[in-house]
Design a protein around this ligand. Sequence first.
Ligand code: ADP
Length: 510
Amino acid sequence: MKIRERRADLTHTQQEAEALDGQLQEIQERLQLVQQAANVGIFEWDMRTRIITWTKEAEALFGLQPGSFGGDFASWEKTVHPDDLSEACTKVFESVTQKTRLDVQFRTIWPDGSIHWIYTKARTFYDTQGNPLRMLGINIDITERKNDEEQLRLSREQLRLFAESDIVGVFIADIYGTIYHANDAFLQIVGYSRTELCEGKIRWTNMTPPEWLPFDQEKLRQAQQAETPMIYEKQYLRRDGRIIDVLVGYLLVGERREQAIAFALDVTERKQVERQKDEFLGVVSHELRTPVTSLKVFVQTVQKRLKKSGDDENAELLGKMGAQIDRLARLIAELIDITKLETGKLQLSALQFDLSSLIDEVIEEMQRTTTHHSIRKEGILSISAWGDRDRIGQVLINLLSNAIKYSPLADSICVKMEADSEQVTVSVQDFGLGIPQEQQEQIFQRFYRVEEKDRETISGLGLGLYIAAEIIKRHGGKIWFKSTPGEGSTFFFSLPLQRYPSLMEEMEGA
Ligand code: ADP
């Protein structure tokens, strides 16, 4: 070959080598990127020279500085948690001798003492005689997954311990009625045996008295939407035919939230005591009503006579007495209402009535009870609504009497009426004490009163708002409020403009 040709040939080979070098570098860079992105580290173990090579990403997974890995099997052994070492070594040697892929998980202790989980996957290559040449593999940090698994295991364990403790009935069911698991306490509550449970004979839908099923369905619907646990009282029909009161609570789980982890607590005794208390209240308040009503009539008659005879001083005294009797009568009426509500005996009529004139009447009546507040009306002038006129009037009275009671230093109260095509909203605004933020959630509860120095001398039973809320709820409406302590409160209620179906049913059922 001529010299010129040989030189050209050499230049060509050099160019090819450079190109290859460039490609190799590119591949290495890509490999590095992949390792970093996937949080994995590659290793290679040359079995003839016994040298183990780790990429710097592999070293990072073991908490080592780049280039500080010793490069042999003993150095790897040093990184493995002593409790996992023997099993990890066995798996490595088994995979090499049995010519299978290596698949092993172990803990490593970093130089700073922290513990991390590593998952190693590798494959060994052999020569034609079957002698191992090299092992190529990857390490993956699976600490986070392991921690999650541990958390899950712990919570399962806690749930199991809780169920086995039999403090309350615990069961796992689906929203259609099947009960898959239940602890002994649950079986005891409902009176079924474990064999009956295993045979699939207990369905919560069959155990629920039919009148409670729509309520359950509504609660389940809410639970599916809200992702929060549901807790409420209902009744179960025991195997022996006895109806019991239970407090149930559940959390819906699973992708379609059709499975429930649930508890049940037998509250029959407590409900029994509550019913007795309600009955007692009912009887006592009825007994009180008659003498108080006659007392009021006597006082009015005597007052009239005194006025006629010109004894204004005593007539005024009797007037004050009359006002106190009115207060007593209102308290008794609240107690009677509460027992009616609790026993489902509060009947509502469903007639169309002029809401604006009702508001005017109530304002006039309440204006007479206060000398230093002026009650004004705002908003639309005329609208009619469906419902029980007297009971809606009672809601307004309760809200207005609260506005008066709880704004002793203010001089005005504003009642406003607004409407859209579907509903009418009435609001009662005062400029008084307001309601402390932390007690706002409770004020609609039965017998709840705000415990604050500023209202110690203001009397009440804590029933007015509860009764108002129940009346509005049963009209298919809503009641709510806004309040700033020291500035005042606005209570709102809305009523649908259409006749509410449950009212009709109630009327028909009554
Ligand atoms: P009562 O007035 O008989 O205590 P309610 O059920 O009517 O019972 O009200 C519950 C509590 O809510 C009251 O104790 C009171 O502290 C608070 N509250 C109700 N309305 C108002 C209001 N307009 N301003 C300030 N506090 C109010």
